[in-house]
Write a protein that binds this ligand. Structure first.
Ligand code: RIB
Length: 347
């Protein structure tokens, strides 16, 4: 098998040399073709084709002073929740002919910082960031250097930065209320680190639900921190719960998962161990991603308006651009909704 080698990218000077014209003429063909005679234009276009020349978009944007690229950093592109949010961002950006550069921080502040630097060096118009911690100081510094910033899936703690988020305290409460109403008095919560805003808020909401039902979390809640907020993390967390508890003695009868990917892994373990859902263990996820209702045991989940979230965040970023000084920063908050399915409710 031969390994393909990367072809060296042709430059505008290569095209000029091949066509026997100046760099300025090639530039005119690309940007102001009406200023070039048809024969010269044809010669330059033929050279462009032969050399597979692709103009450098960033350089062109910088020269023209119209940057049309926006960077977004989400926690994990592998999570369909963030893919759906990204689709909303992209749809809004496309309306104004802006394009999206997308990256995952993997909940790692250092990785987030590296992407912010790359985006800044690239000269993006602005950034949409799902912060990996509650320390937004680096984002404030970035903004002070002239890069527009909007917080995504987080509420800005300062009034002059816009944000679009979903009320996760209410979301956690909805899940907790539902499980309590289904008769559960010992609930497991497979969560992530509380320093991740979404995890802390969903936990706070669950505590509210337990409190309203008069259930002391010290004895009625078992929280497990997943090694990762994905299916493998959920699978390992449920294996740990099954290995360290006994059914009918100290094992919770329901599990609330911080997101649907984690719930997918939890369900995988329950199925592998022959544990009935919801009879022996009810399962509730969070996000209501596209596969939630399609699972072998359809998943009850707290729905987030993913597309709207991304769309609105991008809209806030572009509004700063079009309205300039007249722009008022906004903290937009959407409400979640509980979607009940067979994983937590026997029909
Ligand atoms: O990454 C953690 C979670 O935060 C995602 O699944 C989604 O729920 C987001 O809000």
């Amino acid at each position: 098998m031969t390994t393909p080698t990367a072809r060296k990218r042709s430059s505008i000077s290569d095209v000029a040399r091949a066509a026997g014209v100046s760099v300025g003429t090639v530039s005119n063909v690309l940007n102001r073709p009406d200023r070039v005679s048809p024969t010269t234009r044809e010669r330059v276009e033929a050279a462009i084709g032969e050399l597979h020349f692709v103009p450098n978009g960033s350089a062109r944007q910088l020269r023209a002073g119209t940057i049309t690229t926006v960077g977004a950093i989400v926690l994990d592109i592998g999570n369909p929740f963030f893919t759906e949010v990204a689709r909303g961002i992209e749809d809004r950006l496309a309306e104004d002919d802006f394009t999206l550069m997308l990256a995952s921080s993997d909940e790692d502040p250092d990785r987030e910082a590296r992407y912010l630097k790359l985006f800044e060096e690239h000269g993006v118009h602005g950034v949409l960031v799902v912060p990996s911690t509650d320390d937004i100081e680096p984002l404030l510094e970035l903004r002070a250097r002239g890069v527009n910033v909007v917080l995504l899936d987080a509420t800005s703690p300062v009034p002059d930065i816009s944000s679009a988020a979903v009320n996760d305290v209410v979301g956690g409460q909805l899940a907790g209320n539902h499980l309590v109403a289904e008769g559960h008095t010992h609930i497991a919560f497979v969560n992530g680190a509380h320093s991740i805003r979404q995890c802390g808020d969903r936990h706070a909401g669950l505590l509210r639900a337990l409190d309203a039902a008069g259930l002391d979390p010290a004895t009625h809640l078992t929280e497990i921190t997943a090694s990762a907020l994905n299916a493998d993390g959920g699978e390992a967390a449920m294996r740990h719960l099954l290995a360290t508890t006994t059914a009918g003695v100290d094992r919770p009868t329901a599990v609330f998962c911080v997101n649907d990917l984690v719930a997918l892994g939890v369900q995988r373990t329950l199925r592998a161990e022959g544990i009935a859902m919801p009879g022996e263990m009810a399962v509730v996820g969070y996000d209501d991603v596209n596969f939630a209702g399609e699972l072998a045991t359809p998943l009850t989940s707290v729905r987030q308006p993913t597309h709207q979230l991304g769309y609105r965040a991008a809209d806030l970023l572009l509004s700063q651009h079009t309205q300039g000084d007249r722009f008022r920063h906004e903290q937009v908050q959407f409400q979640p909704e509980l979607i009940v399915r067979a994983s937590s409710h026997a029909g």
